[in-house]
Design a protein around this ligand. Structure first.
Ligand code: SF4
Ligand code: SF4
Length: 721
C-alpha cells in the first residue's frame, strides 16, 4: 500500500499549494507581457495628479485590450503549459521513487508540523545558525515567496475582481505601492542570489561542493532578476509611466540602459529581446526545477513538514517478531520519509562541517552518505542482488565511524537524519549478518552475561555505596529519588568519585534517595547504538521488571547515556517515569536553597564540555552552566564549539569499545580546543566524556596544565557544611 493511498486528498492539497507557486511566478513574467499585449494597463498610465490617462493608457483603453483574449495572450498561456508539464513529469518521477519505500505513519500532529514548517521553513531557524549563508538564503527565499504571492494577487485581481466582478483594487492609488513592493522584494532576491554566488565561488567554503547544476541555477536566477528589472525599467521609460520612481531598482537599471542606448527604436528592440529572454529563462528555470538542485524548493518543506517528531534521543523501536529482515540493507527497506529526505538534501554541508568523524579524517562524511544514497535511489538496479547498500554504497568503516553525536541531525536545516540511516545499516549488519567490530565482542558478551561491559561480578556493583551508608532499595520499598548509578558510576574508579560527590550533595540537601545495588543492570544504550536491538530489548525488559518492583518518584542519574535511554527509549515499552539528570537536580536544589557553596580561591578559569547525550539529545545546556555560575571562584570560558555546536568527546555510539584507526583522535581534538581557552579545569557532565577527555589529556601531556573534573565534583568540594 502506497503512503498516499490513505491520505491522498491531503497530499493532493499540499502538493497543489506547492505547485501553485511556480505558475504564479510564470504569471509574474507574463505580467510584463500584459503590458505589451495590452491588458488593463490604465493604472500605470494614469496621471495621479489629474486622474487622466496618458497617450498609452488611452490607446489601451480605446483598443479594449484584455488578456488573455488577445492572440498573444492565448499563445503565452499555451506556452506555459510546457514547463508545467516538465514540473509534473519531474515530480512524478521522484514520487515513484519515494513510493519504493515502506509505509511510515507521518499523518499526525498537524499543529506541530505546521509550526515546524513556519519556524524552520519560513523562518530559517536552523539555517540562521550560520548568519551569512542564512541571511543570503533568506533573502532569496522570501523574495520568491512574496513575489509569488503578489503575482497571485494580481491574477486574482485581473481575472476575478476586475474581470468578473468589475471591482478594481489595484488602481492608480494602490498601484505605486505594489510597484515599490515588487521592486523591493525583487531587489532582495537579486542580492540574495549575488551573495550566494559570492559564497560559493569566491569564499569557497569546504562544506560546499560545486556541481554544474549549482552554477546553472545561480546563473538562471541572476539573469532572471536582471532581465526582469531591465524589462520593467525600460518599459516604464518607453511608455512614460508616471510611477517609474516607485520602482527605483528597475528605474536605475533602465537609466543605465538608456545611457548606453539613446536611440528609441533600438531601445524598443532591446526591450523585446530582453522580454523574450526573460520569458524563456523563466520557462527554462521552472522546467529545470525538478531535474536540478532547485528541487529542494519543494522537497525541503516536505521534509520539514514530515519530520521525525519522536523524542530527539530515541532510536525507533523494532518489532522483532513481525520483521523478516532487520534494519536497512536495500534501498526499498527504507521508509518513504527516508527516501524523500534524500531528495530534500540541499548539499549545504552543515552535517559535514560539524561531524567529528569527518573532521578527524575518518571515512565517514554524512553529506556524502546522503548523496550516495540519493544516487543509488535514482539508479535503483533492476537485479535485487545489486541493490545492496552496505559495501556497494556505504562501507562498513563509514557506518562504524559514527559516534552518534547527533550533530548532523541538529544542524541539518531540513531535518534529514544521516545518523538514523547509519543506525539502520548497523542493525542490518548485526542482526542479519552477525557482524560487529571485533574489539566490541567482549563488551557485548559481558553486557549480555554480567550486565556491564567489563564483565565484573554483579556483587561488586556499587560495593562502595555500602561504606557510604547509601540505602539499598528492596522490592516493594519506596523512595523519592532512585539513584540509577550506571555501569561507569558503579565500576570505574574515576566515576565512582563523581557518584560519591553526588551522594555527598544529596545527603547535604537531606534528599530521600536509594540505589538498586547489585540488582541494577546495564541500561543497554550502547547495545542499541551498536545495532543489536534484540539484546537491547532483552535488557530493557529485565530492567523494567526490576524497576516496577520498587516505588519512586524520579530516577536520578549522572550518566547522560543512561538518562537518555531511560527517559526517551524505555517509554517505547509502555512505561512512563520521570528521569532527571544530576545537573538538573543540583540546579533545582540550588534554586530551592537546599545546598550552598563556599569558595577559597578566586578566578579559576574553567571550560565546559557539553555532552552530546545531555545537550543535543536532551537540551540540557543550561543547568551545568547555572551551577558553574553559582560556584563563585570559577570563571567559565566557553569553547568555540559549545552548546548545540559542541564537539563530541569521541566516546559515543560504542566508541568506548572501538579503536580509532584512521585520522586524528576525536578526544584529543576536543582537549586541544579546551586548552586553547586557557582553562585550568575542563568540566564534564558525563562519565564517558570524563574518561575519554582525561585519557586524551594524559596522552597529550597536558595534565600538568589542566584537569578534567565533573561538575558534581566541583560542587561537592565547595559545598557549605
Ligand atoms: S551522528 Fe555525529 S558522528 Fe554520526 S554522522 Fe552524524 S555528525 Fe557524524
Ligand atoms: S543532509 Fe542536511 S545538512 Fe547535510 S548536506 Fe544535506 S541538507 Fe545539508
Amino acid at each position: 500500500m502506497g503512503f498516499f493511498k490513505r491520505n491522498h486528498r491531503i497530499a493532493v492539497v499540499l502538493f497543489s499549494i506547492l505547485f501553485f507557486i511556480p505558475p504564479s511566478f510564470l504569471h509574474a513574467t507574463e505580467y510584463y507581457a500584459f503590458r505589451l499585449t495590452g491588458s488593463d494597463c490604465t493604472p500605470c498610465h494614469t496621471n495621479p495628479q489629474t486622474g487622466s490617462l496618458n497617450q498609452t493608457g488611452t490607446l489601451y483603453q480605446e483598443e479594449g485590450y484584455r488578456y488573455p483574449f488577445t492572440g498573444k495572450g492565448i499563445f503565452l498561456y499555451c506556452l506555459w503549459g510546457l514547463p508545467l508539464l516538465f514540473i509534473i513529469f519531474g515530480f512524478y518521477r521522484r514520487y515513484r521513487l519515494w513510493r519504493l519505500g515502506k509505509v511510515e505513519g507521518k499523518w499526525n500532529r498537524w499543529k506541530e508540523r505546521w509550526k515546524s514548517l513556519t519556524l524552520y521553513g519560513l523562518g530559517h531557524r536552523t539555517i540562521f545558525r550560520s548568519p551569512f549563508p542564512g541571511m543570503s538564503h533568506l533573502l532569496l527565499f522570501w523574495s520568491f515567496i512574496v513575489l509569488g504571492l503578489a503575482t497571485l494577487m494580481i491574477i486574482v485581481h485581473e481575472y476575478l475582481f476586475l474581470g468578473l466582478l468589475g471591482i478594481r483594487f489595484i488602481d492608480s492609488e494602490t498601484y505605486p505601492y505594489l510597484r515599490l513592493f515588487l521592486d523591493f522584494f525583487g531587489g532582495i532576491g537579486w542580492i540574495g542570489t549575488i551573495l550566494l554566488t559570492y559564497r560559493r565561488y569566491l569564499q569557497r567554503p569546504k562544506a560546499l561542493d560545486n556541481q554544474w547544476t549549482d552554477a546553472i541555477s545561480l546563473a538562471l536566477l541572476f539573469l532572471l532578476f536582471f532581465t526582469g528589472f531591465s524589462v520593467t525599467g525600460i518599459r516604464n521609460h518607453l511608455y512614460q509611466s508616471p510611477f517609474s520612481s516607485w520602482a527605483p531598482i528597475a528605474s536605475s537599471l533602465s537609466s543605465i540602459w538608456t545611457k548606453i542606448i539613446q536611440e528609441e527604436n533600438t531601445l524598443r528592440i532591446i526591450f523585446t529581446i530582453l522580454w523574450w529572454t526573460h520569458l524563456l529563462l523563466s520557462f527554462f528555470l521552472f522546467s529545470y526545477v525538478s531535474f536540478s538542485r532547485l528541487l529542494h524548493l519543494y522537497t525541503s518543506p516536505l521534509s520539514i513538514f514530515f519530520r521525525n517528531m519522536e523524542p530527539k534521543g530515541a532510536l525507533p523501536k523494532m518489532d522483532l517478531d513481525a520483521t523478516e529482515t532487520y534494519g536497512v540493507g536495500r534501498i526499498e527497506e527504507f521508509t518513504w520519509k527516508h527516501l524523500l529526505e534524500l531528495d530534500a538534501c540541499t548539499r549545504c554541508g552543515r552535517c559535514q562541517e560539524t561531524c567529528p568523524a569527518h573532521l578527524s579524517g575518518k571515512a565517514l562524511n554524512p553529506k556524502r552518505v546522503v548523496q550516495n544514497l540519493k544516487h543509488h535511489l535514482e539508479t535503483v538496479p533492476q537485479k535485487i542482488g545489486e541493490r545492496e547498500i552496505i559495501h556497494q554504497v556505504v562501507t562498513e568503516e563509514e557506518l562504524w565511524d559514527c559516534t552518534t553525536c547527533r550533530n548532523c541531525l541538529e544542524h541539518c536545516p531540513v531535518f534529514i537524519e544521516p545518523m538514523m540511516k547509519l543506525m539502520e545499516f548497523r542493525r542490518n549488519l548485526v542482526l542479519n549478518h552477525g557482524k560487529i567490530p571485533r574489539e566490541t565482542h567482549f563488551a557485548f558478551r559481558n553486557i549480555e552475561r554480567k550486565g556491564n561491559p567489563w564483565g565484573f561480578d554483579l556483587e561488586k556493583r556499587m560495593w562502595w555505596t555500602k561504606d557510604l551508608g547509601v540505602r539499598q532499595i528492596s522490592p516493594g520499598e519506596k523512595v523519592d529519588l532512585l539513584f540509577w548509578v550506571g555501569c561507569y558510576g558503579s565500576y570505574d574508579d574515576r566515576n565512582i568519585e563523581v557518584a560519591t560527590s553526588l551522594i555527598h550533595i544529596l545527603n547535604r540537601a537531606g534528599a530521600d534517595f536509594g540505589v538498586l545495588g547489585s540488582q541494577e543492570w546495564c541500561c543497554g544504550i550502547d547495545l542499541r547504538r551498536m545495532g543489536s536491538e534484540y539484546l537491547f530489548q532483552v535488557n530493557v525488559k529485565k530492567n523494567i521488571d526490576l524497576l516496577q518492583q520498587v516505588k519512586f518518584q524520579r530516577i536520578l542519574t549522572t550518566c547522560p547515556h543512561c538518562f537518555n535511554t531511560l527517559k526517551n527509549e524505555y517509554s517505547q515499552f509502555g512505561v512512563r517515569w520521570e528521569v532527571i539528570h544530576s545537573t538538573a537536580l543540583l540546579d533545582e536544589l540550588i534554586q530551592q536553597g537546599k545546598v550552598e557553596f563556599q569558595s577559597e580561591r578566586k578566578g579559576i578559569p574553567v571550560t565546559l564540555h557539553d555532552s552530546c547525550y545531555l545537550g543535543r539529545y536532551n537540551d540540557g545546556y543550561e543547568p551545568p552552566r547555572r551551577i558553574l555560575g553559582t560556584l563563585s571562584d570559577l570563571i567559565l570560558l566557553e569553547m568555540k564549539r559549545s552548546r548545540e555546536k559542541g564537539f563530541c568527546c569521541g566516546g559515543g555510539g560504542c566508541h568506548m569499545w572501538m579503536e580509532e584507526r584512521t585520522g586524528r583522535r576525536i578526544n584529543q581534538m576536543r582537549v586541544e580546543e579546551a586548552e586553547r581557552t586557557g582553562a585550568e579545569i575542563l568540566v564534564t557532565v558525563c562519565p564517558l566524556c570524563l574518561i575519554s577527555l582525561d585519557s586524551a589529556l594524559r596522552v597529550l601531556n597536558l595534565d600538568d596544565r589542566m584537569r578534567v573534573m565533573d561538575v558534581l565534583e566541583l560542587a561537592a568540594k565547595r559545598i557549605r557544611t
